[in-house]
Design a protein around this ligand. Sequence first.
Ligand code: TEU
Ligand code: CA
Length: 540
Amino acid sequence: MEKDWWKKTVVYQVYPKSFQDSNADGIGDIKGIINRLDYLENLGITALWLNPMYCSPGIDNGYDISDYEQIDPIYGSMKDMQLLIDEARKRGIKIIMDLVVNHTSDKHPWFIKSRQDRTNKYRDYYVWRNPVDGHEPNELQSTFGGSAWEFDSQTGQYYLHQFSKKQPDLNWQNPKLRQAIYKMMNFWIEKGIGGFRLDVIDLIGKNPDTMQMANGKDLHRLLQEMNQQTFGGKNLMTVGETWGATPEIAKLYSDSQRHELSMVFQFEHTQLDQQDGQGKWSIKPIDSGELKKVLNKWQVDLNKTGWNSLFWNNHDLPRAVSAFGNDGEYRIESAKMLAILLHLMKGTPYIYQGEEIGMTNCPVDSIDEVNDVESTNMYREKKNKGISDKEIIQLINYRGRDNARTPMQWEGNREYAGFSSQKPWLHVNPNFKTINVADQLRDSNSIYNTYKKLIDYRKKHLLVVEGDYSLVNTSNDVYAYLREMDGQKLLVVANLSGKNQDLKLDYGIQQPWISNYNVEKINLDDYKLRPYEAFAVEIH
Ligand code: TEU
Ligand code: CA
């Protein structure tokens, strides 16, 4: 396998619970994914990142793992998993496993033993602290609400949980724990997987006593050790989930000389619609100029050293077209615009299931329809503070994680959108009748076919992978950039707004090879972009 193959790849993210059900229990499963491999091959992607399917009580949909080396029966068996790896390989698709090693489930045998007494050999697999004046050791907060410390009366100490209290944090200062994790990673590597997506990996260098959680002082040393003892030298792809990364930090992870990770997910652009410092449950409109500034900064800063991952959305974020485009009148145009803008940048693109057909957020009317632990915890907290149902539901409809987790919309004329023949674990978005795979496969002008074309172009043009990136000066609402290599030039233009925009670029009359308004020729000296209009041209 070619070195650095992951620089040429386009990754597709499957949220297994919602992708395809094969046995009529309303829950997506491994056999369902296998049944859809031909679809994915046709789209052209060459890697699949699977959200966790290990044994889990499922309080955070699999991010609470109770056995890393077994597949949860709701998804199938290890035999199914091996079949998926092998069948994917036959189609040139590599399987990227989700590695959740900042925490486990409280039902993991390590934690069950750890909590039994203060001296057992698993005690230090987790982070235990004495009470201070009869209270929590300090003010640390959990991402899912409330204190990050939970008192365990059996031994009179608190344990750390940065997520729910059923997700105790592992203690990465303990070399025995680290060895156990590396062993588990090697178990998976031997099965022939293509790599790992490392969940909240920027937290493992944590120091709860100084309250430094992300980007702790040992973080990079730990990753270098992990690299050396597991995936290093095996030509695997690794992508870290790092909410706390700046471009400088991203280079520490992804500079190949440092032997850490292939790349990281950074989230700066996904937080531009939050009010300063007020976190995910605050909302403000995205300013196009800001969006351009942030995306451009990451392109420029990682142009020579390190590597970018390119994405608009995932299973934790609102749907791309709802967050960054327009999911009403201009849904199709803006979904294609987002695809064109992102897929021709430098880095490895990720497509989150359903993005390729322009799936949208899925609003609910009441808390009874909400599944996600983050949203239900937030609801309870805000209710206690006297905030109205209406206001909280609005927040959930805007930002709640269920928006991205509704079942994949395969067909417009079958019940449950062809995802399952039984009532699914989470409601199907009622818009599946107009937004579905079957219709878009038939339509050469669909969002799906825009993605397909972009993926194909990347495969055939090394310039998209390796070419230099530079910003082209335009107004704030227009994002234009050049990719250049060996005298070849690719110009990409995108109107980020729902209004007409003037464009004057001095490149004369050109013929785009891709355009979301199907234009044949464009006079770049003087052109009026329509709402969300985007195109790419090879400049000769
Ligand atoms: O997400 C990390 C994380 O911090 C998210 O919970 C994030 O803060 C929030 O969802 C923003 O919308 C990872 C996984 O991707 C997520 O699904 C898990 O719940 C979490 O880790 C815990 O494992
Ligand atoms: Ca099933």
